[in-house]
Design a protein around this ligand. Structure first.
Ligand code: F0G
Length: 482
């Protein structure tokens, strides 16, 4: 894509869209933000958006939709079976992802449930580049285990490695030899590996995984929720593809997998999800599970209006100027925070900016959840809602012991085409202030811990009166400013 240069030499991302519908935001006083945290168990998932200024929790279902998506929603065909909207979506899946058979599901984790139900048996092992919370929960729910096979550099925060999401090929072969191919239902590759900071894998790496999969006759399942962004970074970072189009790269990647599934809440800026394949046998194996868990095969629990939005949204992922906006804003914010000394995952990935809470809160032990504490502190002093992606997001092991996360990150999601550059600058400003006052942040402890996916609804409390001390310092520096 051609970079647009500024005469004054500044290097800032330029929005190639205009805003036509807006939503008013509220920046409530810091005292109200503390109450909101107390009401929500110091868990940003449990905040009410009336108290949130910039909602950087996730890009899931929060990407801005286009005029063409909204227009398509108006002509949706309501039918329980055989809806024309479904056939438009099926065609979009084939055109964009290159797969003939498509099974609709209501969101990404529903696909994970169906795939785990169909293929994962007690004692099985699923090798993957890295887990995603819901993928792992479904695999373990059906008695399976996972093996995470990234290269060591994936865990280096301050790195310049272009493809930290790459699967460690040597380890993959070793794991297959040790556990036996027959105990491995599939290899899972996640595009733009979410939990290590939205880091891509290269096409060459996927080709290498394919070679191993073929050698041992194991299927590859590609989680394509963030496929567009992975393809965008492949064009930027992998020499062989520098002149390729989004469509070409996406199809090469999906072509290397036997099964592709996705959360449409991310991939196509809509709601919904899907599983697709070119293999008629796989389609038959999975087909019966869709009406059981999701709905009839031509809607799969998705509203027809969203099905129309999904179809248009899939075609829009082929537009590099649409996909580039979020990664370019992320790179801008990563570079700005880095220049202020704030430790962030580098190189800039996709989905969001990932702040390293292990370094920011090095005085907080992992058992007091540094990333959860940093996410709560940032909300308190700014109204910015990020997401804990550390030990709170981990699940306990089969004996009920804590499993501490490899990385303690706070993710500040940048959904597609939602924020303006001045809002991004506000994030830079408040995060920098918080970093300079980081000694005031204290730990958290659970008061309510759900048994599954505890990070969603868990309740915590501060281990001391650190929030009050942070408020006092904020008032000293900002006076009556919100
Ligand atoms: N796979 C990946 C890579 C994801 O990022 C997500 C969701 C899912 C699967 C599950 O999809 O939410 O539609 O059921 N990620 C969201 C996030 C929740 O905030 O990163 P879902």
């Amino acid at each position: 894509m051609n970079e647009i240069k500024f005469y004054n030499g500044e290097n800032i991302p330029l929005e190639l869209h205009k805003v036509r519908i807006v939503q008013k935001l509220h920046l409530v006083p810091i005292e109200r933000r503390l109450e909101a945290l107390q009401e929500g168990g110091f868990n940003t998932f449990r905040l009410n958006t009336k108290d949130v200024f910039l909602d950087m929790l996730t890009d899931s279902g929060t990407n801005a939709m286009s005029d063409n998506q909204l227009a398509a929603m108006m002509q949706a065909d309501d039918a329980y079976a055989g809806s024309q909207s479904f056939f438009r979506l099926q065609k979009a899946v084939e055109d964009v992802l290159g797969k003939k058979y498509y099974l609709p599901v209501h969101q990404g984790r529903a696909a994970e449930n169906i795939l785990s139900n169909a293929y994962v048996r007690k004692g099985n092992l699923v090798p993957m580049n890295y887990h995603f919370t819901t993928a792992m929960a479904h695999i373990t729910q059906y008695g399976g285990k996972i093996a995470e096979l990234l290269y060591d550099e994936a865990y280096v925060i301050n790195s310049s490695h272009p493809f930290k999401g790459n699967m460690n090929i040597e380890k993959l072969e070793e794991v297959i030899k040790v556990h036996g191919a027959k105990n491995i239902p599939f290899i899972r590759m996640e595009a733009s590996t979410n939990l290590i900071g939205g880091q891509p894998f290269s096409v060459q790496n996927l080709r290498d995984v394919r070679a191993i999969a073929d050698k041992y006759n194991i299927r590859i399942v590609l989680d394509a929720s963030l496929l567009g962004e992975n393809a965008y970074l492949v064009i930027q970072r992998e020499e062989e593809f520098k002149d390729s189009t989004m469509g070409e790269v996406m199809k090469i990647m999906t072509g290397l997998a036997d099964i592709v599934y996705f959360s449409a809440r991310k991939l196509s800026s809509s709601r919904g999800g899907g599983i697709c394949t070119d293999n008629a046998d796989i389609y038959k194996e999975l087909e019966a599970l869709v009406p059981l868990f999701e709905g009839f095969l031509t809607y799969g629990g998705i509203s027809v209006r969203e099905i129309e939005a999904m179809a248009v949204g899939l075609y829009e992922t082929l537009d590099e100027t649409m996909i580039s906006q979020s990664p370019d804003f992320i790179a801008y914010l990563v570079n700005a925070l880095d220049a202020h000394g704030v430790p962030v995952v580098k190189p800039a990935g996709v989905l969001g900016v990932h702040v390293d809470a292990m370094q920011v809160c090095e005085h907080i032990p992992q058992k007091e959840y540094p990333a959860g504490a940093l996410a709560a502190a940032l909300f308190l002093i700014s109204g910015i809602r990020g997401m804990e992606r550390g030990s709170i997001s981990n699940q306990r092991d089969e004996y009920g012991n804590e499993t501490y996360a490899d990385m303690e990150l706070v993710r500040l999601a940048v959904p597609r085409r939602v924020f303006t550059l001045s809002q991004i600058k506000y994030v830079e400003d408040r995060m920098t202030w918080l970093y300079e006052n980081r000694a005031l942040i204290g730990g958290l402890r659970f008061v309510y811990e759900p048994p599954v996916l505890r990070f969603f609804m868990g309740g915590l409390e501060p281990v001391s009166d650190w929030p009050q001390k942070l408020i006092a310092k904020f008032k000293e520096d900002f006076g009556e400013s919100l």
